[in-house]
Design a protein around this ligand. Structure first.
Ligand SMILES: NC(=O)C1=CN([C@@H]2O[C@H](COP(=O)(O)OP(=O)(O)OC[C@H]3O[C@@H](n4cnc5c(N)ncnc54)[C@H](O)[C@@H]3O)[C@@H](O)[C@H]2O)C=CC1
Ligand SMILES: CC(C)(CO)C(=O)C(=O)O
Length: 300
């Protein structure tokens, strides 16, 4: 497959690097990462090991963005820009692996070419040209509105060909909300407490994460998605166990002094809850604390 990874930071470099073993991959990244990959290739280290030579560019042309599959792996707040850039080319299928409910921003630019996706792999950029896999998770792809999908099956098969754990999921609406519950619990709490995901196996941090996940499930049900409180809590516990040594992407942001995805995660639960009259006090508190940190914690 001809695959573009738009926004190759930690997750995009890991997934794109692994796909580059079997597919023709172009990473759209920023310098100095892109320059190093173009010159010396990309090293995947940690739980997985590979040295690959995908194409890397900071300024893709429309021809570069004309491909069988475009994966969006930017931060949620860059999804609109990613959608606009991709629409200047002609990707046959576009799939977001970003956290938060980012697909809507892509649909505005790319219409029904957009598939929903979610990833629980853990990834950290070590430095230019090197990404560390900190947790082997799973990727799901599927239609935004749910249902069986030949194109999602094709994408999943291409991922599996490169050794990635990936399945097409006919129940993507539920999975997207389950992932939002996982992120509302794990990302916000680990970022504020400055702990690895595994620390949420114990009370009291675990209880805060569970409350945030339960609230997310309530909002999901108000949106017509069948996600039980217990399933959202179980999903948090499973990801905590599977990615115990991982520093969540939001914790990495806070440690780097970078903007977080608070608006797309805890903030999105609060906003959608408010629209349906569902109370979300835990997510509201987590969002307020994250925004308080952002007000003077962002240094880059
Ligand atoms: N890192 C992880 O372990 C996981 C991350 N995620 C989610 O995946 C998404 C990406 O996360 P990370 O990879 O950690 O973030 P990251 O910040 O390392 O990567 C995003 C990259 O996109 C690049 N980018 C944005 N706009 C661009 C543009 N116009 N041109 C070129 N490059 C552009 C940025 O420079 C950055 O390097 C987030 O939504 C995150 O929540 C999901 C699962 C695990
Ligand atoms: C799955 C999890 C929680 C892995 O850390 C993640 O999505 C993230 O860090 O953003």
């Amino acid at each position: 497959m001809d695959i573009v990874v738009f926004g190759a930071g930690a997750l995009g470099s890991l997934v794109g690097g692994l796909l580059a073993r079997d597919h023709h991959v172009t990473l759209v990244a920023r310098d100095p990462h892109a320059r190093r990959i173009a010159g010396q290739g990309l090293q995947v280290s940690g739980e997985l090991d590979a040295h690959v030579r995908p194409r890397a560019t900071t300024a893709p042309t429309p021809a570069d963005l004309t491909c069988d599959l475009a994966l969006v792996t930017t931060k949620a707040y860059d999804a609109v820009e990613a959608g606009r850039a991709l629409a200047s080319g002609d990707p046959a299928v576009v799939c977001s692996l970003s956290n938060g409910l980012t697909e809507e921003a892509l649909v505005a630019e790319l219409g029904d070419r957009v598939l929903a996706g979610s990833a629980t792999y853990g990834a950290e950029l070590v430095g230019p040209g090197e990404v560390r896999c900190t947790g082997v998770g799973r990727i799901h792809v599927g239609e935004l509105g749910g249902g069986d999908s030949e194109r999602a099956e094709r994408v999943a098969a291409a991922f599996r060909e490169s050794g990635l754990d990936c399945e097409a999921d006919p129940e993507m609406p539920r999975r997207r909300w389950e992932k939002l519950a996982v992120n509302a619990g794990i990302n916000a709490v680990t970022a504020l407490a400055r702990v690895e995901n595994g620390a949420l196996a114990d009370a009291p941090a675990r209880d805060v994460a569970h409350r945030a996940a339960r609230e997310t499930a309530r909002v999901a049900r108000a949106e017509g998605v069948d996600l039980a409180d217990d399933d959202a809590v179980a999903a948090v516990d499973t990801v905590v166990a599977e990615t115990a040594a991982n520093r969540s992407s939001m914790l990495q942001d806070v440690l780097d002094g970078s903007r977080t995805e608070v608006d797309a995660i805890s903030g999105a639960v609060v906003d959608r809850g408010a629209a349906h009259g569902v109370a979300t006090p835990t997510n509201r508190t987590l969002a307020a604390l994250l925004r308080a940190w952002e007000a003077d914690g962002i240094t880059e």
